[in-house]
Write a protein that binds this ligand. Structure first.
Ligand code: TRP
Length: 488
């Protein structure tokens, strides 16, 4: 169990294991499922550029800060923040980082397990040959009928919750370490293989342009908020997951190098995933902005066209499932680690967290069918002969009723968020950036310099200075200005 004295926590076997585990946490559905569809919804290249800037200006510095805090205190995020606030005589408000993190952990886990369940469903669909020779119509129909069956979806959701919490219950050595060792290299290999396929499709250059041609007119405040939120989501930041992992990191490993490696791997996987999906989108005439279903509507067509595609496809969805698995365990870790410090057994703590997230997950499952019409943050716009005649905002509404109540001859457009969309936006776009900005602020402004320098093990003073400067000024300012402009 290494040389720490808390007794509660182990230490990762080596720096390499930490890198694998942190990469396992970072690389997941966010990279392969979410990133492509939000690029599609937010117009392509300009969004990708904003995302990359967010990774540099906030993601990397905040990740270093989060690991530093965990590694110093060697406790769960809730207790880490409590201890650090006392140690550094900082305002009590910073303790809320720990609590907010555990709360967003439940919320994120609840929908993350639902989408991971989709991967299980698609492994089965691939094996059974549902997609052999499939075109756009077949893959769309398969996906819609899947969404319309909440019962089946609940079965897969349940399987995944059990898988994830089972690993968490076994603890970091047996559970987390062994798993990620095998899974990460296989996933990378598979992505390279699929990228090779994407290169041969007629839509490759269109896909490439969509991702890298920057059209500044496509940047809206909304898309900047989404890019910022995603930079936190994809690096597992702002809610304590990486802090909890940091608490198991050996003290002698250098923070800067480690974080650079993790962030680079994560970004590469995301970019390659986009470069696989968009060429297929443009080769088969699919819509880039088709939302959460994008991955499921595009890739099966490609697999259906390949010799042996059923097997390759099944293997691919298995690897994504495994990537989601190694991420899900990190989402649950802050809450579980806290409960363990409170005296629960790991098994009991995992069971409680799992059951709560599982229950909440039904809200997301039903968002894609029976509850789809109940939405929050709804704007209702009435149009008459291309002219906007009326616009109204509802915090919560039944959008079917709104549409049905429209006056004769008036076209209604409603845009809102389902339960799933709401939980996703609340966590990624609000709670995580807020947690992240507080972590940056805490380390940048309240921690003693000598403690930071000692804990960070950064050899180059120039790099240390640059990091602290970004943490003090750039990261908080970037997040704050994006928040403020979104509110206005
Ligand atoms: N980063 C993971 C992904 O991109 C998801 C994830 C793991 C996460 N741990 C997290 C997201 C903690 C938010 C908070 O799929």
């Amino acid at each position: 169990m290494g040389n720490d004295k808390s007794g509660m926590h182990g230490v990762w076997g080596s720096r390499l294991t930490f890198i694998l585990a942190a990469t396992g946490s970072a690389v997941g559905l966010g990279n392969i499922w979410k990133f492509p569809y939000i690029i599609g919804e937010n117009g392509g290249g300009a969004f990708v550029l904003m995302y990359l800037l967010c990774i540099l200006a906030t993601g990397i510095p905040v990740m270093m800060a989060e690991i530093l805090l965990g590694r110093r205190a060697r406790m769960s995020p809730i207790h880490t923040m409590k201890k650090m606030v006392q140690e550094e005589h900082a305002p009590k408000i910073f303790k809320s980082v720990g609590w907010m993190g555990a709360a967003s952990g439940f919320l994120i886990l609840s929908f993350y397990t639902v989408i991971a369940g989709w991967m299980i469903a698609y492994i089965g669909k691939m094996i059974s040959g549902d997609f052999t020779g499939a075109d756009r119509a077949i893959s769309n129909a398969q996906f819609s009928s899947f969404l319309a069956d909440p019962l089946m979806m609940s079965v897969y959701h349940t399987i995944f919750v059990v898988m994830a919490m089972g690993v968490v219950a076994r603890g970091i050595h047996k559970g987390l370490e062994d798993g990620v060792r095998m899974m990460m290299p296989m996933l990378f290999f598979m992505l390279v293989l699929l990228f090779g396929y994407a290169l041969t499709t007629p839509g490759f250059s269109a896909g490439w342009d969509f991702m890298f041609k920057v059209d500044f007119s496509k940047i809206t405040t909304d898309s900047v908020v989404v890019a910022l939120g995603h930079s936190f989501f994809t690096l597992s930041l702002g809610m304590g997951a990486i802090m909890a992992y940091g608490s198991y990191m050996p003290k002698q490993a250098s923070l800067g190098k480690t974080v650079m490696i993790v962030a680079t791997l994560d970004t590469m996987v995301a970019v390659v995933a986009g470069l696989i999906i968009f060429p297929i989108v443009f080769s088969y005439g699919l819509a880039p902005d088709s939302g959460p279903g994008l991955l499921f509507q595009t890739l099966p067509i490609a697999f259906g066209a390949l010799p042996g595609g059923a097997i390759i496809g099944a293997l691919f969805f298995t690897l994504v499932l495994i990537a989601a698995w190694s991420s899900a365990i990190s989402i649950a870790e802050p809450a579980v680690a806290w409960a363990v410090e409170k005296g629960f057994s790991r098994a009991k703590a995992s069971l409680c967290v799992g059951v709560l997230a599982w229950l909440l997950g039904f809200g997301s499952i039903l968002s894609f069918s029976d509850w789809g019409q109940y939405q929050t943050w709804v704007t209702e716009t009435h149009w008459q002969e291309e002219q906007m005649v009326h616009s109204e905002f509802h915090l919560f509404a039944n959008v079917e009723t709104l549409k049905a109540n429209a006056p004769e001859g008036v076209a209604v457009q409603v845009k809102g968020k389902t339960f799933f969309d709401t939980v996703d936006a609340l966590t990624a776009n609000i709670m995580m950036p807020l947690g992240g900005i507080m972590i940056a602020f805490f380390v940048g402004w309240f921690m003693r310099r000598e403690v930071i320098a000692y804990e960070a093990r950064i050899k180059s003073t120039a790099f240390l200075k640059l990091w602290l400067f970004v943490l003090r000024y750039i990261s908080p300012l970037a997040v704050a200005s994006i928040f403020v402009s979104a509110l206005m």
